[in-house]
Design a protein. Sequence first.
Length: 480
Amino acid sequence: MSVGFFYRTGMAGAGELLWPQRMGYAPDCNTSVGVSYKKRTDRASHKMKQISYEECLERMYKRGRFGIKLGLETISEILTNLGSPEKRFKSIHIAGTNGKGSIASYIASILKEAGFKVGLYTSPHLIKFNERFVINGREVSDNDIVEAYVALNKADTAERKATFFELATAIAFYLFAREGVEWAIIETGMGGRLDATNILLPKLSVISNISLEHTEYLGNTLEAIAMEKGGIIKHKTPVVTGVNQENALAVLTKLAQKNMAPLYRLDNDFHVSQEPDRTRFTYNGIERTITGVQTRLPGLHQLDNSAIAIAAVELVFPPQKKQASVLSDEIIQRGISKTQWPGRLETIMQTPFVVIDGAHNLAAAINLARYFEEKFSDKRLTLVLGILDDKDFSSMLKQFVPWADRIIFTRADNKRSIDPHLLEQTARTLFTGEITVIEKVGDAVAHAIATSSSQDAVCIAGSLYVAGEARKKILTDIRP
């Protein structure tokens, strides 16, 4: 396997090759041009691999899976020590309250369909850490994680040690560069301005939408949150957004103008409309119109998400340039139709009809309630709900409970989960039906399915962590 060159510049030791030798690659002079690197099989390489995959994750989680330290100094130093891998690929950077992962997945699928080697970095994962790092539709291996962690651990020399998310972000950039990714689609973790991913200089930025969330970090108004998420806007770099609140949009417009960045808005510069058969939609874009587009991701909000993704790739590959043939309407249609995004209105069983959704805030709860109205009005519905403690759970419950015939409250296996008995107390002021508390997600899911008829529906929602535990339980123990 040949790898590229990463050099330290602008400091003592300029021109020093950084990561290939650290990673156990040795010079291979049997090449026609320059020097490439092939994998060592000597003892030095073996020594680097003594740490296991499980140990890597344990060490990373000790940094605080939910620890948040905003700022770019630490991630910048790590990446500089690695030779700036984030500069080895083109990127599209995505921020926003909801829909980031769906939009990122749509874009990655379209570019893969066009023949590019594409890296996709999203968070959080549902079941396994590797889900965060996908190259051409495949998760990276455990060995990839170990090798990257070893290199990053040596590069983590800043006064403040990297958080879990900073390490994960550096792993993504490192592996994408090592594997020769041409395009990386990168989702922010939280906010944007001081998010670790904002070290990127992307070809295009996306801000999906904005609602009140993480107010203790991002501010308690839409304007303040728009300022933070709009912090990913770069100089003369196009921006695509689905934000429609006047006050938040005014903030983004001002930031775009300040950075001389063209701003393209859903329902203003590009549009999406559902076709009469309700299974396809028409995209009326910046330079093109595409009819008969179909997504397998359910929910009306996916029309907006897919339109934002199409607008993004349309701007990156405008029709008036040579790349038009690379990104035809047919390629876009195939990319959208092949997109998968587990844990988001995912139908995981048919009898009973079981849906898993990571709806984790009020905006997502509203979308899920719309889905209930469309799909479950004629079914007996059991809700399995677990919510994190930084959410407006009372408002979320007001969206959920009108559609339920019974509710089972549970909690994901992390310290941020709300006590399900507190959820029960609140729900009893809104709901007169059957309410049960079952502490463990797996047990709650198993009970819900076992006590539902083949004609009933079960929806598991409230957080992505609940969705992940439920998905693992069903795929491992329940689904035939």
